[in-house]
Ligand binder design. Structure first.
Ligand SMILES: [Fe+2]
Ligand SMILES: [Fe+2]
Length: 236
């Protein structure tokens, strides 16, 4: 059952205006805290997804592999937004409730936008590296993965939203940790600044290391948002 079929006991949800941007010192602290914090106990769907990624792209953390992660990262938010819009269509006769659903849809759009900047920045960095990517592994397979993940997110959300939020929290937790480890494994990331094509929209960073620490922090914020939704009383 959709979470929008019942409006009992829920408060209006304020959409994110923007993602919090941290100072360099705060970003370093965030990375360390992430490295010191155990991962969530991932559910079966997330485990299968991460195993499939390791199988196709190898266990090593690479820009190309993160790009695939970001292609997939947006789709739960697209699925939730779509369900919210359908819900508004059915509930507009109750303007107060419809407004709250719309705010939830708006929140999903902000998160999609944030994931899109991650994806575009990664694409930019992969191009800078001049690495040739296989059409099948790096174009076709990510689309197939995203298509499947979209439908799974949509289905879980339609059946029981907490399941979809839980799966997304697993995904975001994984991304948060993977970016933190990626920075740790690549000390040379400290030596290069980021002032690239998307700096205007996403931010300028003293180092690529800080850029990835910031992305890792965004993933933490996404995870916490999903966990907040998950803990809302009607899901217990
Ligand atoms: Fe992301
Ligand atoms: Fe994310």
């Amino acid at each position: 059952m959709s979470e929008f079929t019942n409006d009992v006991g829920s408060d209006p949800v304020r959409p994110l205006d923007h993602m919090p941007k941290l100072s360099s010192a705060e970003l370093r602290r965030h990375q360390q805290t992430t490295l010191d914090t155990p991962r969530r106990r991932y559910g079966p769907a997330a485990r299968i997804l991460f195993a499939a990624l390791d199988l196709v792209y190898g266990r090593a953390r690479t820009l190309s592999k993160f790009k695939v992660l970001e292609v997939v990262a947006r789709v739960p938010y697209q699925a939730w937004e779509q369900v919210a819009f359908v819900a508004v269509t059915h509930r507009y006769s109750r303007p107060k409730f419809a407004r709250r659903i719309f705010e939830r849809a708006e929140e999903s759009r902000h998160q999609q936008d944030n994931e899109m900047w991650h994806l575009l920045i990664l694409e930019e960095l992969v191009e800078e590296e001049g690495r040739r990517e296989s059409f099948l592994r790096h174009r076709v397979f990510p689309q197939v993965l995203a298509f499947s993940y979209y439908h799974l997110s949509w289905l879980l959300y339609a059946l029981h939203p907490a399941w979809s939020y839980g799966m997304n929290a697993d995904f975001e937790d994984h991304a948060q940790h993977e970016y933190a480890l990626f920075v740790q494994e690549n000390p040379d990331f400290e030596l290069r600044s980021y002032d690239g094509m998307f700096a205007e929209e996403y931010g300028r960073f003293d180092s690529i290391a800080d850029l990835f620490r910031q992305i890792s922090h965004d993933e933490l914020v996404h995870k916490e948002e999903s966990l907040t939704r998950l803990r809302e009383p009607r899901f217990r």
